[in-house]
Write a protein that binds this ligand. Structure first.
Ligand SMILES: CC(C)(COP(=O)(O)OP(=O)(O)OC[C@H]1O[C@@H](n2cnc3c(N)ncnc32)[C@H](O)[C@@H]1OP(=O)(O)O)[C@@H](O)C(=O)NCCC(=O)NCCS
Length: 171
């Protein structure tokens, strides 16, 4: 699968992506607001293997994609998990800090949303974020999503209970 945008494209994650993904999946800066990581190289390998397996399933309810610049540089990863009836999807993403603040995160997320709406007929898209993750909240707002829920101290991240904002968009 390949979703082409302007400066980049999204394609299925592949086993050979391990080193490029690990460059950011092993960084505390990238996982600061997330429950996983920083990964060991073994954990990144297991993650990629699980993505490759998920992508190969016939119903493909979880889509795991690499974001790649038109020059071939892998800059991040995107996930969409569809509900059983296919009406809803939750999205998530991580980008290498080397490529932050260039609008790539928003461009790739918009392309993923476009795919979910036009090719998978998804009717509602969700995402979660920690309240402190200003960059991610900006991306979600630029997609047209609005905050619909707030969970207080519901996620344990490296020993600290953290809040969660839920964003949604009906399409
Ligand atoms: C979330 C993430 C993908 C955003 O990447 P990015 O490169 O900053 O995104 P974009 O360049 O598309 O910018 C999105 C908007 O957020 C703004 N923004 C980015 N970082 C910001 C910050 N620290 N403070 C305030 N605004 C910020 C940008 O200015 C931009 O808005 P603008 O176009 O109006 O200027 C990136 O920070 C990341 O990978 N973080 C770690 C993983 C993560 O937290 N993923 C989300 C899990 S919920």
């Amino acid at each position: 699968m390949k979703l082409i945008a302007e400066r980049l494209y999204l394609r299925d994650l592949e086993p050979s992506d391990v080193d490029a993904v690990h460059e950011y999946a092993g960084s505390i800066e990238v996982v600061l607001h997330q429950e996983w990581g920083p990964n060991t190289i073994e954990q990144t390998g297991e993650y990629i293997a699980a993505c490759v397996l998920g992508n190969s399933l016939p119903d493909r309810r979880t889509v795991e994609l690499a974001a790649v610049l038109n020059d071939g540089s892998l800059i991040g990863s995107y996930r969409a998990s569809l509900s059983e009836d296919g009406a809803e999807a939750e999205i998530g993403y991580s980008l290498s800090p080397r490529y932050w603040h260039k609008g790539y995160a928003t461009e790739a997320a918009k392309r993923l949303v476009d795919y979910l709406v036009s090719e998978r007929n998804v009717r509602e898209i969700f995402a979660t974020s920690r309240p402190e993750n200003v960059a991610s909240i900006h991306v979600l707002e630029k997609l047209g999503m609005q905050q619909v829920d707030f969970y207080r101290k519901n996620v344990l991240i490296r020993g600290e209970w953290r809040d969660t904002l839920v964003f949604s968009m009906k399409v």
